[in-house]
Design a protein around this ligand. Sequence first.
Ligand code: COA
Ligand code: AMP
Length: 629
Amino acid sequence: MSYREEYDRSMRDPAGFWRTQAEALEWFTFPADIVSIDDDGLGHWFADGEMNTAYMALDHHVKHGRGDQAALIYDSPVTGTTARYTYAELTDAVARTAGMLATLGVTKGDRVIIYMPMIPESVIAMLAVARLGAVHSVVFGGFAPPELAARIDDATPTVILTASCGIEITRVIEYKPLVDRAIELAAHKPAICVVLQRPQAAASMVEGRDRDWATLLAAASPVDCTPVKGSDPLYILYTSGTTGKPKGVVRENGGHAVALHYSMKAIYNVEAGDVYWAASDIGWVVGHSYTVYGPLLRGCTTIVYEGKPVMTPDAGALWRVCAEYGVQALFTAPTAFRAVKKEDPDATLMKQHDLSALQVIYSAGERLDPPTEAWLTGHTGKPVVDHWWQTETGWAITANLQGVEPMPIKAGSSTMPVPGFDVQILDENGQQMPRGTQGYIALKLPLPPACLNRIWGDPDRFREGYLKFLLGYYTSGDGGYIDDDGYVFVMGRVDDVINVAGHRLSTGEIEEVVATHPDVAECAVIARDDALKGQVPMGLVVLKAGVTVTDEVLQQQLITRVRDTIGAITCYKDTVILARLPKTRSGKTLRKTLASIVNGKEYVVPSTIEDPGVIPEIVTILQTRKVIA
Ligand code: COA
Ligand code: AMP
């Protein structure tokens, strides 16, 4: 079938299209209700189906003869270890871990927070929670205690699962003190914290609350899958919005399983038995969808990699893993490829590895910049496919569908809408923009399976944040255009969300932290373009009258404050002191203008500016400043 036929069918007859995809999975009771549309125009998929995602991803394959096939390969250059789990072994490990959680009282609908590094137990934990019909919320290990505390308070988990440490290249990061601090800060106190002691660090235990993972597991018996409804939540994944409070994106079991299973073939062109590697931390949506659920739902072998693309030990790491395990599809973020390109510009390390199994390289998390794409394509000789998606959708909105009909690749474009997504470019009044003209990228409702239809505990925030701006559409928060051939070009966020090394952060949130410094009168945090990480935050601050702090001291204090409050992954390292900020007459800070000045882009000074004289003043400061890093 051609891409056009496939796409048109998904638009013409969504229920029929997705019913067919759902039939490929093993339900306990097949849904009678494929989709119902609510008053907001949102689609609710497979609501009355009975299923269990862990069953579809594990037990089903064992039942159908894949028990001896590798399900999960763990490769950890930072600890010098590898491990391999067959589908039978992984199913057993998950059933036992579910048994362990059941003895702790975890039951259907309960939330379990997972704050763990890239080790098999983390994936096993996610699947074990799913097996019980409970709801996991994985929190990325790079987040500091206040961020973890905010998620604890929002998700109100009964249990937290953690490990004694993560390992960043050679640095052992002790997780347990961070968890202890987060629980101290949180208003909600989870009754139990289960700790996996790793050999690299011994966690101290809090009497009465903390339990040893290994001891509990040794005593646990395997349990069966708990049936859930298609509309029951599988997980909550928090992502950055425009304010300090993270948004809990809710993923429902039914739509998620169907969309991901479909995508593995349609987008990535892999089948059961193939080796698929999404090199992303499980704390991000890519890790959820394509390190854990997608490959397992399809019966592929997935890889859990505890290392970096560079420095563990070198920039050949991605290629070493691909060669060693015969990876057919590799997926990671452009920043990882840029890091590799920087360290190994002539691809000398790449050439030391046999990449003959590798068919296609996939990129997402930010726009794949054309020079990086050209470098990758030139040196690997493989197609490099950029595809655009968000935590909210759970899978790609636009892609080059390798399993349907590979299209010619256009540098800078993530190709065409994926079946199910009606992608439109609109102006602020909801009018369609002509081809080639930039506007807001909006998705016409209803959204296809897997996409969020609520924010945990805050339905109004979902409507306010996504549905209100352009009626009848989901506002993606990204801007871009569609060219004459129908190719979509996603050019960047139109809100205060930034992408730092493929990690989604909120400038508003960083700004809130910078503003708490006692010497800071006011500030604006904007995104500065960065050759490696895509964007990095930069603080433009105005000091309180009479303050005499030096640039160096303030800089260091702000770095520490942002790291301790949000986490090291913010990469906040750049502060500039200004005499005043540019504002409109109504007092709004002109952040867009500031960002354009900082990034050397053209800018128009709005007519509403209070004092145009502030602009040349800021340009001079930025041009003559001493960079303190
Ligand atoms: N736990 C604790 N700290 C972490 C962490 C974790 N899981 N992950 C990152 N950090 C820390 C890093 O150690 C670093 O700390 P430092 O400032 O003290 O050195 C800081 O957070 C910034 O991390 P990062 O931006 O990742 O920079 P890096 O130099 O360590 O690595 C890349 C750069 C490009 C190699 C890395 O960002 C990368 O692989 N990115 C891919 C992103 C990705 O997979 N995104 C998912 C979407 S596909
Ligand atoms: P996250 O929710 O962390 O996956 O981040 C989603 C955001 O990352 C999107 O809204 C985009 O701004 C950006 N993004 C992800 N993939 C791409 C891509 N292929 N091209 C352009 N931007 C992307």
